[in-house]
Design a protein around this ligand. Sequence first.
Ligand code: TXA
Ligand code: MG
Length: 315
Amino acid sequence: MTRDFETRICLPDASGIALAAETIAAGHTVAVPTETVYGLAADARDSDAVARIYAAKGRPSFNPLIVHVPDAEAAQALARMSPLALRLAAAFWPGPLTLVLPVRPESGLSPLVTAGLPTVAIRCPAHPAMRALLEASGAPLAAPSANRSGAISPTSAEHVRTSLGGRIPLIIDGGPTARGIESTIVAPEDGHVRLLRPGPVTAEMLERAADAPVVTLSHSGAIEAPGQLESHYAPSKPVRLNVTEPGADEYMIGFGALPGDMNLSENGDLEEAASSLFAALHIADAASTRGIAVAPVPMTGIGVAINDRLKRAAA
Ligand code: TXA
Ligand code: MG
């Protein structure tokens, strides 16, 4: 593995955020916690900086990045927001919702961020460390999940260090993330909301706030949401789903009444299960067993997003 950097770890206090903002201003990347997963952030206007994100992750450059902004006003400087988009932003920002919007030609964003698409994915995060970094750097921050491309998303600074140590200069350690699953991605379109990636903001929540139907279309052709690539979030060993009886050589991830080597939520609480999902996959991946078995998780609420990530882990 190439070790281009001595990776430093700092806290999200005043000096840590100042160091992180300097690192961003110098055109480098910083791993930073959000309420969903840790992101690898860089100035979204600076192509060299954005290229460093792709290089550190080993990510195919056709895969566009989410741009993080402090508020809806900053989003409107980058993209056009319809009344429907504004309604969703008012309901869920700051928070784990990403809006895919028509990019403004004068946005100043690096073309590497959108990977040539006429749209840009924008999110206004709620985590205080990410918000402090947005304020201190004064830049829109492009940030994919802070893991090697195709690997499990990081929900702790330690996950980031294991995946990207030596490849990035700085990690802000804000402890484990609260939501544990990447943001919901939607495209607000004419009279409906198209769901591109399920997440903490559920279809029911979207429908209620938008007062418009939520539709899901699977696109076979063009890469519209390449995060929908089949094998994503992949552990290094076979994953079996909806298991009630694990094999002798499987690490069992339990849920509710179905126990295991660890349990996503003993009370069967789906929010808790979402926040522990990626940590569980990291632990199971590091265990000495040959495979991973996962108990059934109900398809209600955020359970849809949990099952989406599990299906990809098993692909
Ligand atoms: O919670 C999150 O969203 C985290 C934190 C760090 O904010 N970020 C994250 O980023 O999950 P990433 O890069 O791992 O996933 C971004 C997804 C990808 O699937 C990408 O293809 C999709 O967003 N995306 C980006 N721009 C898009 C666009 N213009 N149209 C459709 N999909 C887009
Ligand atoms: Mg990712």
